[in-house]
Design a protein around this ligand. Structure first.
Ligand code: ZN
Length: 169
């Protein structure tokens, strides 16, 4: 920085187009430079919005492989020691560590809820209420010893047991 007498130990990219070419600053001035860096100045407003959304929600940005080839390319070259916003991991790629959150599907629970004719988001109270109703409905005394009702009651009992075991108690 013109006029600065401090030793310049810190580097910063000269521009978004030349991320492998650096200015060297002292700590104080590299901080100033980083604060004023307009990384987004070459992006369209909708791309900036998509980027912000991707960071906020931890989703991969839709433009990653698309229109913004520049942003993709620069993220590869831009080492973490010159990353003014702390956006990138050690590989220089901001998104490799980020994965879509996977919905946690417990197949046993889902099947048991379906057996009790309940929706996937049913509560423990829903389970208890439905179990009592179905156990009564398919009780042998009320079904004249029907084999089908007996089988259904067996399924219902098994489903309820697995739900209790899974915390629906
Ligand atoms: Zn300085």
């Amino acid at each position: 920085m013109p006029g600065c007498q401090e030793a310049a130990h810190y580097r910063a990219p000269r521009s978004p187009r030349t991320l492998h070419s650096y200015y060297w600053f002292c700590l104080e001035h590299v901080r100033d430079y980083n604060r004023s860096w307009d990384y987004f100045r070459e992006m369209r407003p909708d791309q900036i919005e998509a980027y912000r959304h991707s960071v906020n929600t931890w989703h991969r940005p839709t433009w990653r492989m698309g229109v913004n080839g520049h942003a993709r390319a620069s993220s590869v070259r831009w080492g973490s020691d010159s990353d003014p916003f702390g956006l990138f991991d050690e590989d220089g790629n901001p998104f490799d560590q980020i994965t879509e959150p996977q919905p946690r599907v417990d197949k046993v629970v889902a099947k048991a809820l379906a057996t009790l004719e309940l929706a996937p988001l049913a509560t423990a109270q829903d389970v208890r209420t439905r179990y009592k109703a179905l156990a009564k409905k398919y009780h042998p005394d009320l079904n004249g010893g029907s084999k089908a009702a007996e089988e259904r009651l067996k399924e219902i009992n098994q489903a309820y047991s697995s739900l209790v075991a899974a915390g629906y108690a």
